[in-house]
Every structure is written in C-alpha cells, then in structure tokens.
Design a protein around this ligand. Structure first.
Ligand code: MF3
Ligand code: CO
Ligand code: CO
Length: 267
C-alpha cells in the first residue's frame, strides 16, 4: 500500500462550484440553528423544536436530509443531558437545567449542510457549562488542524488531547464523515488519534468535525428505539458539529452561525 493508503483515494475532491453549493447548504443549516435558539426554553417539547426546524428548511427551499434516512423519521436529532447523539424528537418537555444538542442537516440544491450546537435551558450546573465549553474548544482545535498537508490523525489528536486534559472522555463509537452530494461518505473522521496518522488532507475535501465528549466514561449504548445513544454511566455528554471544506491554505467552515451564535450562553 502506498503512503496515501486506500482511503485517501476514495475521498471526493470538490471544485470551486461545489464549494458554492456546500456553502449555501451549510449556511442554511446554521441559520436554522440560529432560528431555533429563541425557542429553546422550559416547557417546549422536542417535537415542537423539530417541527420548527422542518418548516424553516422547507420554507427556504431545502429538505431535512434526516427525513427518511435509514428509517429515521424526524427533521433533527435532539440529544438531552446523558444522550450522546441521535435523540429522537418527541414529547419530552425541556426543563430548567437541561443541556441539549440540536443537529440539523439541510439538503439544498443537491448539497448537504450538517451542523449541531449545544443549548442550555435556564440556569445549568457549572460542570455542564464546563463540558460544553471544552467540547466547543476541542472542535475548534480540530478545525484549526484542518489544512493541506496535515493528516486526519492530527485533527483527532488535537480534539482528544484537549478534552482529556480536562479529564473528559471522547466517544469512540461515532465519528465525523465526508459529506457533499452524499450525506455520509468516506472518510470516517475520528475525534481521537495520533499526529501523522490517517489520510493526508488535500484541497477540495469536504467533511464534518463533530466530537462527542462525555463528562464520565466514553462508553455508549443504543436504546431499544435503535437510534438513541446514551452514556453507559449516565454521565452528561456534549457535542458540536461543523462542516468544513479544505482550501489551498486552510479550511472554510461552511456552517458558521450567520448570527454569531457559536456556543452558549446565547442571551
Ligand atoms: N446529523 C447526523 C450527523 O452528524 C446524522 C443523523 S442521521 C439520523 O451525521 F438519521 F440520525 F438523523
Ligand atoms: Co454529521
Ligand atoms: Co449532524
């Protein structure tokens, strides 16, 4: 096997026109998360938040890519407290002290835009606030490592070393992914690793960085609904997700918040 490995050859290299398509989809997904911010408050159900995301995407000419994806039937994933990811919106009512991730993927003119953020309901515990802060910074350090010549292992290492320095743990069972005309495509983007490992980054690659960080142990289990992933030790979990495209000099973050609502507190 050559130094690029088998995987690098299967990573799509996108054109400047493709960047324009991904940028529009990413900005729409990010604007949807901006829109939902004011609705995250005690008493609202996650199904109501999901409906708002659905209508926002539809009203802007997009389709929620999760609708009908592998049997999933909602327009968002909403993961509260010890839910790691893929929480299914429903009758759960948000309460003071909850922390939650809302993850949306817009499909606009053939391009996917995938992003998620943490939200807080009223006053939340100090440790929950720290977990959210560290998870966001871990993602941003991963993004800072995303430039030509670097390897995917450099991204994973940047994320893992920062989270573990704070004695939190990185979930191993889920990863970021290539994205573009397809929702999920090669490569798997691990949120842990060693410098220099994995495929080399090259201009035109599109992928997500979406670390899940647990306050306790890293192990997860999937509930009987087949989707909801929770921490085995029921510790809190946090996640942020951005979608990036590698440029000649670094990367473009397609999913930056148009309103500047990058992380809580948003008020
Ligand atoms: N948006 C998630 C991701 O970041 C995927 C959700 S798939 C679903 O990759 F089917 F659970 F919605
Ligand atoms: Co994703
Ligand atoms: Co997502």
């Amino acid at each position: 096997m050559d130094k690029q490995g088998g995987e690098a050859r299967r990573i799509t290299i996108h054109t400047p026109e493709d960047f324009a398509g991904a940028r529009r989809a990413g900005q729409l997904a990010a604007a949807c998360l901006d829109m939902i911010t004011a609705h995250v408050k005690p008493g609202v159900t996650t199904a109501e938040l999901d409906q708002l995301c659905h209508d926002y995407m539809r009203d802007h000419g997009a389709v929620p890519a999760t609708l009908g994806y592998r049997g999933y039937t909602a327009s968002s994933c909403i993961s509260i407290n010890h839910v790691v990811c893929h929480g299914i919106p429903g009758e759960r009512v948000l309460a003071e002290g909850d922390i939650l991730n809302i993850d949306v993927t817009a499909l606009l003119d053939g391009w996917h835009g995938d992003t998620s953020r943490m939200y807080t309901v009223g006053e939340v515990a100090t440790r929950a606030r720290l977990l959210i802060e560290v998870t966001h910074e871990a993602m941003m350090r991963g993004i800072a490592a995303a430039r030509p010549g670097k390897h995917f292992g450099d991204i994973g290492h940047a994320i893992q070393s920062y989270a573990e320095k704070h004695r939190f743990s990185i979930v191993r069972d889920f990863c970021g992914h290539g994205i573009g005309r397809n929702f999920h495509e090669p490569p798997n983007v691990l949120h842990f690793g060693k410098p220099g490992e994995g495929p080399r980054l090259a201009p035109g690659m599109f992928f997500t960085i979406e670390p899940m960080v647990n306050a306790g142990r890293p192990e997860v289990k999937i509930l009987d609904d087949g989707w909801t992933a929770v921490t085995r030790d029921r510790s809190l979990s946090a996640q942020f997700e951005h979608m990036v495209g590698i440029t000649e000099t670094g990367c473009e973050v397609f999913t930056l918040s148009p309103a500047g609502l990058h992380k809580p507190p948003y008020a």
